[in-house]
Design a protein around this ligand. Structure first.
Ligand code: UD1
Length: 354
């Protein structure tokens, strides 16, 4: 098949790193980068260090309000589809690039493959939740990571084309963790020993647009018993400037890091505090407990497994959650498959199975 794959934001580069090279053995892939993430530290480094094929087309859409950004992508992707006439469009996850790709394809009745289908936070205030729900309702192949996501889809009436294939990010962790251990200089270059620091990331709109949430999160970070390393997303950097906030003396702010450095930091941290979806799972795969700085999670199996606590932004709850997880952790079980998700996706697409 001729497949147009749409990527645009950091987590999609990590997922494409596990899929694209395999996909190209069976199919012809045209890789389209929307340009949603465009800084070298947010985009180029992922292509360079993960061996992702260079994008065939870069739409250079860049930043914008939700509607303007998604709309600009929609028009530009439509032009690509008209020109290239693919047999299928492959999208990942829940970003504005995901929705724009799915919507553009749907208007031409081009079948859509959605990797990471069926995830739900049940919070429609999140742009990502809207993106996932709509993409799932447009997709032909729904590659779900777990039975929970299959059930979520069934509750919305989607039962055909659903394949539970595990989590593509486990493939990525397995592919790159050894290289990360060899090439990354973290956490030693920051003066931290493994287990001697906490790792934090914050970028979700619900936290970065709200001054009180940010104040609370940073209050918690400054009340933890170990120093905190915070690779700062540009959105969050701007929010701190806008609200006139500083990170505080317990927090070492660094620029966004590439995937290999992130794996190394995540593996070496005593605990991860994050509002990211992907990092909650990476924490689990790497054997690091996680405190989620949101009021809900899509990755409920990590919570049931006892390795992730959904703490919200209350400083006391965050600090107690970190302490609780430091006191001991259960055995880890495989909760999102066995790391062969990319193979499964490619072979299901090759068989044109629904
Ligand atoms: C997006 C996704 C989110 C994903 C995250 C990973 C949506 C709605 N959200 O959020 O699901 O988890 O990516 O990082 O699609 N910016 C830069 N440089 C960049 C990229 C962004 O400065 O390279 C700034 C821009 O000013 C922009 C802001 O960050 O306004 C937010 O960018 P946006 O494209 O909305 O995505 P994220 O917040 O990163």
């Amino acid at each position: 098949m001729k497949i147009v794959t749409i990527v645009g934001a950091r987590p999609q580069f990590v997922k494409a790193a596990a899929v694209s090279n395999l996909l190209r053995k069976e199919h012809m892939e045209i890789l389209v980068h929307t340009g949603q993430h465009y800084d070298a530290a947010m985009s180029d480094i992922f292509f360079d260090e993960l061996g992702i094929p260079a994008p065939d087309i870069n739409l250079r859409i860049g930043s914008g309000e939700q509607g303007a950004q998604t709309g600009a992508m929609l028009g530009a992707i439509e032009a690509v589809l008209l020109d290239r006439k693919p047999d299928a469009v492959l999208v990942y996850g829940d970003t504005n690039s995901t929705l724009a790709g799915a919507l553009a394809a749907s208007k031409f009745q081009i079948p859509i493959a959605h990797v990471e289908a069926g995830l739900r936070s049940f919070n429609r205030a999140m742009p990502e939740e809207i993106n996932r729900v709509l993409t799932d309702h447009l997709a032909t192949w729904l590659f779900a990571p777990s039975e929970t996501s299959r059930d979520n889809l069934a509750r919305e009436g989607i039962t055909s084309g659903v394949h539970v294939v595990g989590d593509i990010m486990l493939d990525s962790v397995n592919l790159f963790r050894q290289r990360a251990a060899v090439v990354s200089t973290f956490p030693g270059c920051l003066g931290h020993a493994p287990g001697g620091f906490y790792l934090c990331t914050i970028h979700r709109a619900e936290n970065t647009l709200d001054r009180v949430s940010l104040v609370n999160i940073f209050s918690a970070l400054n009340n933890l018993s170990k120093p905190v390393v915070l690779p700062l997303h540009p959105r969050t950097r701007r929010a701190l400037e806008t609200f006139g906030l500083s990170a505080g003396s317990n927090v070492t702010v660094i620029d966004p890091v590439g995937y290999l450095d992130m794996l190394q930091l995540a593996q070496a941290a005593a605990c991860i505090l994050t509002d990211s979806g992907g990092l909650q799972k990476e924490a689990y795969y790497l054997g690091t407990p996680c405190v989620t700085l949101r009021t809900e999670t899509e990755w409920v199996e990590t919570v049931t497994a006892g390795w992730n606590i959904v703490a919200g932004t209350d400083p006391q709850i965050i600090v107690s959650a970190v302490e609780h997880l430091s006191a001991g952790l259960p055995q880890r079980q495989p909760i999102y498959g066995d790391g062969t998700t990319a193979e499964r996706v490619v072979s299901i697409l090759a068989s044109k199975g629904e």
